[in-house]
Design a protein around this ligand. Sequence first.
Ligand code: GLU
Ligand code: MG
Length: 468
Amino acid sequence: MTASGVHPDLAVDAEELTRKLASRDVVGVTIGWVDNNGIVRTRTVPTAELPAATRRGVGNTTAFAVFDSHDGITFAHEGLATPSGDVRLVPVVDGPLGVTAMAGQPGFAFVAGRQLTGDGEPWAYDQRAVLERQLDRAADAGFGLVAGFEMEMVVSHEDDPLDPDGEVRPAHRGPAYSANAIRDVGEFCRTLLADLAHDGVRVGQLHAEYGGSQVEMALAPLPGVGAADAQVLARQTAHAAARQHGLRLSFAPVTLMAGAGNGWHLHTSLTAADGSNALTGDGPHGLSEVGLGYVAGLLDELPGVTAVTAPSTGSLLRRRPGFWASAYGFWGIENREAALRLVPASALLGPGATNVELKASDASANPYLSLAVVLAAGLAGVEAGATPPDPIGEDVGTWTAEQREAAGIAPLASTAQQAREDLLGSALVRDVLGDDLLGAFVACRDADAAWAAPRQVDDVVASLRWQY
Ligand code: GLU
Ligand code: MG
Protein backbone atom coordinates (compact mmCIF):
# COMPACT_ATOMS: atom_id res chain seq x y z
CA MET A 1 0.00 0.00 0.00
CA THR A 2 1.46 3.38 -0.89
CA ALA A 3 0.84 6.42 1.27
CA SER A 4 -1.64 7.65 -1.29
CA GLY A 5 -3.82 4.70 -0.40
CA VAL A 6 -3.35 3.19 -3.84
CA HIS A 7 -2.31 -0.42 -3.90
CA PRO A 8 0.13 -1.09 -6.76
CA ASP A 9 -1.88 -4.13 -7.85
CA LEU A 10 -5.01 -2.06 -8.14
CA ALA A 11 -3.25 0.88 -9.66
CA VAL A 12 -3.37 -0.70 -13.09
CA ASP A 13 -7.14 -0.37 -12.88
CA ALA A 14 -7.06 3.29 -13.81
CA GLU A 15 -10.80 3.78 -13.41
CA GLU A 16 -10.75 2.54 -9.84
CA LEU A 17 -7.63 4.57 -9.12
CA THR A 18 -9.28 7.69 -10.52
CA ARG A 19 -12.32 7.22 -8.30
CA LYS A 20 -10.08 6.87 -5.27
CA LEU A 21 -8.13 9.99 -6.10
CA ALA A 22 -11.29 11.98 -6.75
CA SER A 23 -12.74 10.82 -3.43
CA ARG A 24 -9.67 12.33 -1.79
CA ASP A 25 -10.32 15.66 -3.54
CA VAL A 26 -7.47 15.25 -5.98
CA VAL A 27 -8.38 17.39 -8.99
CA GLY A 28 -5.16 17.06 -10.99
CA VAL A 29 -2.54 14.38 -11.55
CA THR A 30 0.92 15.71 -12.33
CA ILE A 31 3.01 13.42 -14.48
CA GLY A 32 6.72 14.10 -13.95
CA TRP A 33 9.84 13.09 -15.78
CA VAL A 34 13.41 14.32 -15.49
CA ASP A 35 15.21 15.91 -18.40
CA ASN A 36 18.89 15.69 -19.31
CA ASN A 37 19.70 18.57 -16.93
CA GLY A 38 18.11 16.92 -13.90
CA ILE A 39 15.18 19.33 -14.10
CA VAL A 40 11.82 17.78 -13.28
CA ARG A 41 9.36 18.68 -16.05
CA THR A 42 5.67 17.92 -15.78
CA ARG A 43 2.26 17.77 -17.42
CA THR A 44 -0.87 17.84 -15.28
CA VAL A 45 -4.11 16.17 -16.34
CA PRO A 46 -7.49 16.63 -14.65
CA THR A 47 -8.08 13.58 -12.49
CA ALA A 48 -10.96 12.43 -14.70
CA GLU A 49 -8.53 12.21 -17.63
CA LEU A 50 -6.16 9.83 -15.85
CA PRO A 51 -7.59 6.63 -17.39
CA ALA A 52 -7.22 8.09 -20.89
CA ALA A 53 -3.71 9.32 -20.11
CA THR A 54 -2.80 5.88 -18.79
CA ARG A 55 -3.96 4.26 -22.04
CA ARG A 56 -2.45 6.65 -24.56
CA GLY A 57 -0.36 9.20 -22.69
CA VAL A 58 -0.32 12.94 -23.21
CA GLY A 59 1.48 14.63 -26.07
CA ASN A 60 4.98 15.91 -25.44
CA THR A 61 7.47 17.51 -27.76
CA THR A 62 10.59 15.54 -28.60
CA ALA A 63 12.50 18.78 -27.98
CA PHE A 64 12.50 18.12 -24.24
CA ALA A 65 15.43 15.80 -24.85
CA VAL A 66 17.42 18.80 -26.04
CA PHE A 67 16.26 21.42 -23.57
CA ASP A 68 19.26 22.91 -21.80
CA SER A 69 19.53 24.10 -18.19
CA HIS A 70 18.28 27.58 -19.11
CA ASP A 71 15.20 26.48 -21.06
CA GLY A 72 17.02 27.00 -24.32
CA ILE A 73 16.44 24.35 -26.97
CA THR A 74 19.53 23.17 -28.77
CA PHE A 75 19.08 21.75 -32.22
CA ALA A 76 22.71 20.70 -32.42
CA HIS A 77 21.87 17.01 -32.05
CA GLU A 78 21.28 15.49 -35.45
CA GLY A 79 18.47 13.18 -34.34
CA LEU A 80 16.34 16.03 -32.97
CA ALA A 81 17.39 18.93 -35.15
CA THR A 82 13.94 20.32 -35.94
CA PRO A 83 10.95 21.49 -33.89
CA SER A 84 8.86 18.63 -35.34
CA GLY A 85 8.14 15.49 -33.38
CA ASP A 86 5.90 14.21 -30.63
CA VAL A 87 6.05 11.47 -28.03
CA ARG A 88 3.52 10.22 -25.50
CA LEU A 89 4.11 10.83 -21.81
CA VAL A 90 2.46 7.95 -19.98
CA PRO A 91 1.90 7.98 -16.20
CA VAL A 92 3.45 4.89 -14.64
CA VAL A 93 0.48 4.25 -12.37
CA ASP A 94 1.70 0.75 -11.60
CA GLY A 95 5.25 1.90 -10.79
CA PRO A 96 6.93 1.26 -7.43
CA LEU A 97 5.44 4.40 -5.87
CA GLY A 98 2.13 4.39 -7.66
CA VAL A 99 0.27 7.71 -7.67
CA THR A 100 0.87 9.93 -4.64
CA ALA A 101 -1.77 12.37 -3.40
CA MET A 102 0.61 15.00 -2.07
CA ALA A 103 0.32 16.32 1.47
CA GLY A 104 1.98 19.62 0.67
CA GLN A 105 0.11 20.30 -2.54
CA PRO A 106 -3.54 19.62 -1.73
CA GLY A 107 -5.62 18.78 -4.77
CA PHE A 108 -2.70 17.32 -6.69
CA ALA A 109 -1.21 13.88 -7.04
CA PHE A 110 2.20 13.10 -8.49
CA VAL A 111 3.18 10.15 -10.67
CA ALA A 112 6.35 9.32 -12.59
CA GLY A 113 6.08 9.24 -16.36
CA ARG A 114 7.63 7.28 -19.19
CA GLN A 115 8.00 8.53 -22.75
CA LEU A 116 6.82 6.27 -25.55
CA THR A 117 6.67 6.72 -29.30
CA GLY A 118 3.29 7.18 -30.93
CA ASP A 119 3.28 3.42 -31.58
CA GLY A 120 3.66 2.74 -27.88
CA GLU A 121 7.25 1.60 -28.32
CA PRO A 122 10.08 2.65 -25.97
CA TRP A 123 11.46 6.00 -27.12
CA ALA A 124 15.26 6.02 -27.49
CA TYR A 125 15.51 9.21 -25.41
CA ASP A 126 13.44 7.97 -22.46
CA GLN A 127 15.73 7.97 -19.43
CA ARG A 128 13.52 5.66 -17.38
CA ALA A 129 13.77 2.97 -20.04
CA VAL A 130 17.58 3.27 -19.96
CA LEU A 131 17.56 2.33 -16.28
CA GLU A 132 15.03 -0.44 -16.79
CA ARG A 133 17.30 -1.99 -19.44
CA GLN A 134 20.25 -2.06 -17.04
CA LEU A 135 18.10 -3.47 -14.25
CA ASP A 136 17.02 -6.26 -16.61
CA ARG A 137 20.64 -6.95 -17.48
CA ALA A 138 21.55 -7.06 -13.80
CA ALA A 139 18.64 -9.41 -13.10
CA ASP A 140 19.87 -11.72 -15.86
CA ALA A 141 23.23 -11.79 -14.09
CA GLY A 142 21.46 -12.61 -10.80
CA PHE A 143 21.61 -9.17 -9.17
CA GLY A 144 19.28 -6.44 -8.03
CA LEU A 145 20.23 -2.82 -7.37
CA VAL A 146 19.47 -1.02 -4.12
CA ALA A 147 20.07 2.72 -3.97
CA GLY A 148 19.50 5.76 -1.84
CA PHE A 149 20.30 9.45 -2.26
CA GLU A 150 21.46 11.90 0.42
CA MET A 151 19.84 15.14 -0.63
CA GLU A 152 21.51 18.38 0.47
CA MET A 153 19.64 21.64 0.08
CA VAL A 154 20.02 25.29 0.99
CA VAL A 155 17.03 26.71 2.85
CA SER A 156 16.38 30.37 2.17
CA HIS A 157 13.91 33.03 3.22
CA GLU A 158 12.45 34.83 0.29
CA ASP A 159 10.37 37.97 0.06
CA ASP A 160 9.36 37.01 -3.43
CA PRO A 161 9.54 33.24 -3.88
CA LEU A 162 9.24 33.63 -7.63
CA ASP A 163 12.17 36.01 -8.09
CA PRO A 164 14.53 34.13 -10.41
CA ASP A 165 17.43 36.33 -9.35
CA GLY A 166 16.81 36.03 -5.61
CA GLU A 167 19.82 35.88 -3.34
CA VAL A 168 20.16 33.24 -0.65
CA ARG A 169 18.77 34.63 2.62
CA PRO A 170 19.83 32.05 5.20
CA ALA A 171 17.01 30.41 7.13
CA HIS A 172 19.36 29.01 9.76
CA ARG A 173 22.44 30.51 11.34
CA GLY A 174 24.41 27.30 11.91
CA PRO A 175 26.59 26.05 13.44
CA ALA A 176 26.77 23.04 11.16
CA TYR A 177 25.01 19.92 12.47
CA SER A 178 23.78 21.91 15.47
CA ALA A 179 20.56 21.93 17.41
CA ASN A 180 20.38 25.71 16.99
CA ALA A 181 20.39 25.44 13.22
CA ILE A 182 17.70 22.79 13.11
CA ARG A 183 15.60 24.77 15.58
CA ASP A 184 15.76 27.81 13.28
CA VAL A 185 14.09 25.76 10.57
CA GLY A 186 12.06 23.65 12.97
CA GLU A 187 8.62 24.39 11.54
CA PHE A 188 9.84 23.57 8.05
CA CYS A 189 11.49 20.33 9.23
CA ARG A 190 8.34 19.29 11.03
CA THR A 191 6.24 19.76 7.91
CA LEU A 192 8.92 18.10 5.81
CA LEU A 193 9.04 14.97 7.96
CA ALA A 194 5.27 14.76 8.22
CA ASP A 195 4.78 15.24 4.48
CA LEU A 196 7.52 12.79 3.50
CA ALA A 197 5.84 10.19 5.72
CA HIS A 198 2.45 10.98 4.20
CA ASP A 199 3.85 10.86 0.66
CA GLY A 200 5.49 7.49 1.29
CA VAL A 201 9.11 8.67 1.10
CA ARG A 202 11.20 7.08 3.84
CA VAL A 203 14.12 9.07 5.18
CA GLY A 204 16.87 7.75 7.40
CA GLN A 205 17.68 11.11 8.98
CA LEU A 206 17.71 14.88 8.67
CA HIS A 207 20.38 17.34 9.83
CA ALA A 208 21.81 20.82 9.38
CA GLU A 209 24.70 20.34 6.93
CA TYR A 210 28.10 21.98 6.79
CA GLY A 211 27.29 24.66 4.21
CA GLY A 212 25.54 27.96 4.91
CA SER A 213 21.85 27.40 5.72
CA GLN A 214 22.16 23.85 4.45
CA VAL A 215 19.95 20.92 5.45
CA GLU A 216 20.30 17.31 4.35
CA MET A 217 17.75 14.53 4.19
CA ALA A 218 18.98 11.01 3.55
CA LEU A 219 16.51 8.83 1.71
CA ALA A 220 16.17 5.22 2.82
CA PRO A 221 17.52 2.77 0.24
CA LEU A 222 15.04 1.29 -2.23
CA PRO A 223 15.30 -1.31 -4.96
CA GLY A 224 15.64 -0.45 -8.63
CA VAL A 225 13.70 2.25 -10.35
CA GLY A 226 11.86 3.06 -7.11
CA ALA A 227 15.03 4.68 -5.78
CA ALA A 228 14.98 7.22 -8.61
CA ASP A 229 11.22 7.71 -8.37
CA ALA A 230 11.52 8.42 -4.64
CA GLN A 231 14.24 10.99 -5.23
CA VAL A 232 12.05 12.81 -7.75
CA LEU A 233 9.03 12.71 -5.43
CA ALA A 234 11.09 13.82 -2.42
CA ARG A 235 12.03 17.01 -4.25
CA GLN A 236 8.37 17.83 -4.80
CA THR A 237 7.52 17.12 -1.17
CA ALA A 238 10.41 19.25 0.10
CA HIS A 239 9.70 22.23 -2.16
CA ALA A 240 6.03 22.15 -1.18
CA ALA A 241 6.92 21.96 2.53
CA ALA A 242 9.24 24.98 2.22
CA ARG A 243 6.59 26.99 0.47
CA GLN A 244 4.19 26.51 3.35
CA HIS A 245 6.64 28.37 5.58
CA GLY A 246 7.63 31.21 3.26
CA LEU A 247 10.90 29.49 2.49
CA ARG A 248 12.59 28.55 -0.71
CA LEU A 249 14.91 25.62 -1.35
CA SER A 250 17.87 25.34 -3.63
CA PHE A 251 19.06 21.85 -4.50
CA ALA A 252 21.49 23.28 -7.08
CA PRO A 253 25.01 21.82 -7.00
CA VAL A 254 26.34 25.23 -5.97
CA THR A 255 24.25 28.04 -4.50
CA LEU A 256 27.15 30.32 -3.52
CA MET A 257 30.80 29.85 -4.44
CA ALA A 258 31.80 30.89 -0.92
CA GLY A 259 30.73 27.66 0.79
CA ALA A 260 30.03 23.96 0.40
CA GLY A 261 27.81 22.88 -2.44
CA ASN A 262 24.80 20.59 -2.45
CA GLY A 263 25.86 17.03 -3.11
CA TRP A 264 23.32 14.28 -3.68
CA HIS A 265 25.63 11.44 -2.73
CA LEU A 266 24.44 8.21 -4.23
CA HIS A 267 24.69 5.02 -2.16
CA THR A 268 24.34 1.74 -4.03
CA SER A 269 24.67 -1.96 -3.39
CA LEU A 270 23.77 -5.17 -5.17
CA THR A 271 21.45 -7.83 -3.86
CA ALA A 272 21.83 -11.52 -4.67
CA ALA A 273 18.90 -13.70 -5.72
CA ASP A 274 18.16 -14.56 -2.06
CA GLY A 275 17.92 -10.86 -1.18
CA SER A 276 21.22 -10.76 0.72
CA ASN A 277 23.79 -8.03 0.11
CA ALA A 278 26.03 -9.37 -2.65
CA LEU A 279 28.85 -6.94 -1.88
CA THR A 280 29.43 -8.29 1.64
CA GLY A 281 31.95 -11.09 2.06
CA ASP A 282 35.05 -12.31 3.80
CA GLY A 283 37.54 -10.85 1.36
CA PRO A 284 39.56 -7.67 1.90
CA HIS A 285 37.62 -4.79 3.50
CA GLY A 286 34.66 -7.07 4.22
CA LEU A 287 33.88 -7.40 0.54
CA SER A 288 32.92 -10.43 -1.49
CA GLU A 289 34.41 -11.05 -4.93
CA VAL A 290 31.32 -9.33 -6.27
CA GLY A 291 31.95 -6.42 -3.93
CA LEU A 292 35.56 -6.09 -5.02
CA GLY A 293 34.51 -6.21 -8.66
CA TYR A 294 31.78 -3.64 -8.08
CA VAL A 295 34.20 -1.14 -6.50
CA ALA A 296 36.84 -1.79 -9.16
CA GLY A 297 34.33 -1.37 -11.98
CA LEU A 298 33.05 1.93 -10.64
CA LEU A 299 36.56 3.21 -10.03
CA ASP A 300 37.61 2.26 -13.53
CA GLU A 301 34.69 4.05 -15.14
CA LEU A 302 34.62 7.08 -12.82
CA PRO A 303 35.31 9.80 -15.43
CA GLY A 304 32.51 8.68 -17.75
CA VAL A 305 30.13 7.88 -14.91
CA THR A 306 30.76 11.24 -13.28
CA ALA A 307 30.02 13.06 -16.52
CA VAL A 308 26.50 11.62 -16.20
CA THR A 309 26.00 11.72 -12.42
CA ALA A 310 27.31 15.27 -11.93
CA PRO A 311 27.00 16.70 -15.42
CA SER A 312 26.23 20.42 -15.24
CA THR A 313 28.29 23.58 -15.24
CA GLY A 314 27.27 23.80 -11.56
CA SER A 315 28.62 20.28 -10.96
CA LEU A 316 32.02 21.32 -12.26
CA LEU A 317 32.07 24.29 -9.87
CA ARG A 318 31.00 22.14 -6.92
CA ARG A 319 33.89 19.74 -7.39
CA ARG A 320 36.55 21.60 -5.39
CA PRO A 321 39.22 19.94 -3.25
CA GLY A 322 38.56 20.07 0.48
CA PHE A 323 34.77 20.25 0.19
CA TRP A 324 34.03 16.51 0.41
CA ALA A 325 32.74 16.81 -3.11
CA SER A 326 34.95 14.31 -4.94
CA ALA A 327 37.59 16.47 -6.58
CA TYR A 328 39.76 13.40 -7.25
CA GLY A 329 38.98 9.99 -8.67
CA PHE A 330 39.94 7.53 -5.94
CA TRP A 331 38.32 5.28 -3.37
CA GLY A 332 38.64 4.86 0.35
CA ILE A 333 36.96 3.27 3.32
CA GLU A 334 34.75 5.85 5.01
CA ASN A 335 36.95 8.51 3.34
CA ARG A 336 34.78 11.63 2.91
CA GLU A 337 37.10 13.23 0.39
CA ALA A 338 37.07 10.20 -1.94
CA ALA A 339 34.84 10.04 -5.00
CA LEU A 340 33.95 6.50 -3.92
CA ARG A 341 33.50 5.88 -0.23
CA LEU A 342 33.02 2.31 0.86
CA VAL A 343 30.62 2.01 3.77
CA PRO A 344 31.46 -1.46 5.07
CA ALA A 345 29.16 -3.77 6.98
CA SER A 346 29.83 -3.91 10.71
CA ALA A 347 28.64 -5.87 13.74
CA LEU A 348 26.19 -3.12 14.58
CA LEU A 349 24.95 -2.46 11.04
CA GLY A 350 24.79 -6.11 10.04
CA PRO A 351 25.95 -7.83 6.85
CA GLY A 352 23.30 -6.15 4.71
CA ALA A 353 24.77 -2.70 5.15
CA THR A 354 27.73 -2.71 2.75
CA ASN A 355 27.35 -0.01 0.13
CA VAL A 356 29.40 2.26 -2.06
CA GLU A 357 28.79 5.99 -1.95
CA LEU A 358 29.44 8.03 -5.08
CA LYS A 359 30.04 11.64 -4.08
CA ALA A 360 30.16 12.92 -7.63
CA SER A 361 26.38 13.06 -7.78
CA ASP A 362 24.04 16.03 -7.58
CA ALA A 363 20.61 17.38 -8.46
CA SER A 364 21.58 18.31 -11.99
CA ALA A 365 21.87 14.62 -12.88
CA ASN A 366 19.00 12.61 -14.23
CA PRO A 367 18.59 9.99 -11.46
CA TYR A 368 17.50 7.27 -13.88
CA LEU A 369 20.61 7.76 -16.01
CA SER A 370 22.77 7.99 -12.89
CA LEU A 371 21.60 4.66 -11.54
CA ALA A 372 21.93 3.09 -14.98
CA VAL A 373 25.58 4.07 -15.49
CA VAL A 374 26.56 3.29 -11.90
CA LEU A 375 24.98 -0.15 -12.12
CA ALA A 376 26.55 -0.87 -15.49
CA ALA A 377 30.00 0.22 -14.32
CA GLY A 378 29.80 -1.85 -11.15
CA LEU A 379 28.55 -4.90 -13.05
CA ALA A 380 31.29 -4.55 -15.64
CA GLY A 381 33.81 -4.87 -12.82
CA VAL A 382 31.96 -7.86 -11.38
CA GLU A 383 31.82 -9.59 -14.75
CA ALA A 384 35.53 -8.94 -15.34
CA GLY A 385 36.42 -10.33 -11.89
CA ALA A 386 38.28 -7.06 -11.27
CA THR A 387 39.87 -6.06 -7.97
CA PRO A 388 40.47 -2.47 -6.90
CA PRO A 389 43.82 -1.01 -5.83
CA ASP A 390 44.39 -0.48 -2.11
CA PRO A 391 41.96 2.03 -0.61
CA ILE A 392 43.31 5.43 0.41
CA GLY A 393 42.62 6.89 3.82
CA GLU A 394 44.07 10.35 3.26
CA ASP A 395 42.93 13.50 1.52
CA VAL A 396 44.86 13.21 -1.74
CA GLY A 397 44.25 16.92 -2.31
CA THR A 398 47.00 17.55 0.25
CA TRP A 399 49.45 15.44 -1.78
CA THR A 400 51.73 16.83 -4.46
CA ALA A 401 50.76 16.33 -8.09
CA GLU A 402 53.71 13.90 -8.37
CA GLN A 403 52.43 11.81 -5.45
CA ARG A 404 48.98 11.62 -7.01
CA GLU A 405 50.40 10.70 -10.37
CA ALA A 406 52.53 7.98 -8.83
CA ALA A 407 49.37 6.57 -7.20
CA GLY A 408 47.47 6.77 -10.48
CA ILE A 409 45.01 9.36 -9.15
CA ALA A 410 43.68 12.09 -11.42
CA PRO A 411 41.33 14.97 -10.69
CA LEU A 412 37.80 14.43 -11.95
CA ALA A 413 36.81 16.86 -14.70
CA SER A 414 36.70 20.51 -13.71
CA THR A 415 36.14 21.91 -17.21
CA ALA A 416 33.30 21.37 -19.64
CA GLN A 417 35.81 20.29 -22.26
CA GLN A 418 37.22 17.56 -20.04
CA ALA A 419 33.74 16.39 -19.03
CA ARG A 420 32.78 16.22 -22.71
CA GLU A 421 35.82 14.09 -23.49
CA ASP A 422 35.02 11.84 -20.55
CA LEU A 423 31.45 11.39 -21.81
CA LEU A 424 32.42 10.64 -25.36
CA GLY A 425 35.43 8.59 -24.35
CA SER A 426 33.43 6.07 -22.35
CA ALA A 427 32.29 3.02 -24.30
CA LEU A 428 30.26 2.03 -21.26
CA VAL A 429 28.30 5.30 -21.16
CA ARG A 430 27.65 5.05 -24.89
CA ASP A 431 26.43 1.52 -24.51
CA VAL A 432 24.14 2.38 -21.59
CA LEU A 433 22.64 5.59 -22.99
CA GLY A 434 22.66 4.53 -26.64
CA ASP A 435 23.89 6.75 -29.46
CA ASP A 436 20.70 8.82 -29.69
CA LEU A 437 20.37 9.74 -26.04
CA LEU A 438 24.11 10.24 -25.66
CA GLY A 439 24.02 12.64 -28.63
CA ALA A 440 21.20 14.65 -27.06
CA PHE A 441 22.90 14.61 -23.66
CA VAL A 442 26.15 15.94 -25.12
CA ALA A 443 24.24 18.62 -27.04
CA CYS A 444 22.69 19.80 -23.75
CA ARG A 445 26.13 19.95 -22.12
CA ASP A 446 27.50 21.89 -25.08
CA ALA A 447 24.61 24.37 -24.96
CA ASP A 448 25.16 24.95 -21.23
CA ALA A 449 28.90 25.36 -21.71
CA ALA A 450 28.34 27.89 -24.49
CA TRP A 451 25.92 29.79 -22.24
CA ALA A 452 28.44 29.88 -19.40
CA ALA A 453 31.55 30.65 -21.44
CA PRO A 454 31.16 34.46 -21.73
CA ARG A 455 29.75 34.85 -18.21
CA GLN A 456 31.22 35.30 -14.74
CA VAL A 457 31.20 32.29 -12.40
CA ASP A 458 28.80 34.03 -10.00
CA ASP A 459 26.33 34.63 -12.82
CA VAL A 460 26.44 30.98 -13.79
CA VAL A 461 25.84 29.98 -10.16
CA ALA A 462 22.98 32.47 -9.83
CA SER A 463 21.37 31.24 -13.04
CA LEU A 464 21.13 27.67 -11.71
CA ARG A 465 20.33 28.53 -8.09
CA TRP A 466 16.55 28.18 -8.28
CA GLN A 467 16.36 25.70 -11.16
CA TYR A 468 16.50 22.71 -8.81
N1 GLU B 1 28.33 19.27 0.66
C1 GLU B 1 29.31 18.29 0.23
C2 GLU B 1 29.16 18.05 -1.27
O1 GLU B 1 29.14 18.97 -2.01
C3 GLU B 1 29.19 17.00 1.00
C4 GLU B 1 29.31 17.05 2.49
C5 GLU B 1 29.09 15.65 3.07
O2 GLU B 1 30.01 14.83 3.02
O3 GLU B 1 27.98 15.34 3.44
O4 GLU B 1 29.09 16.96 -1.72
MG1 MG C 1 26.03 15.59 3.44
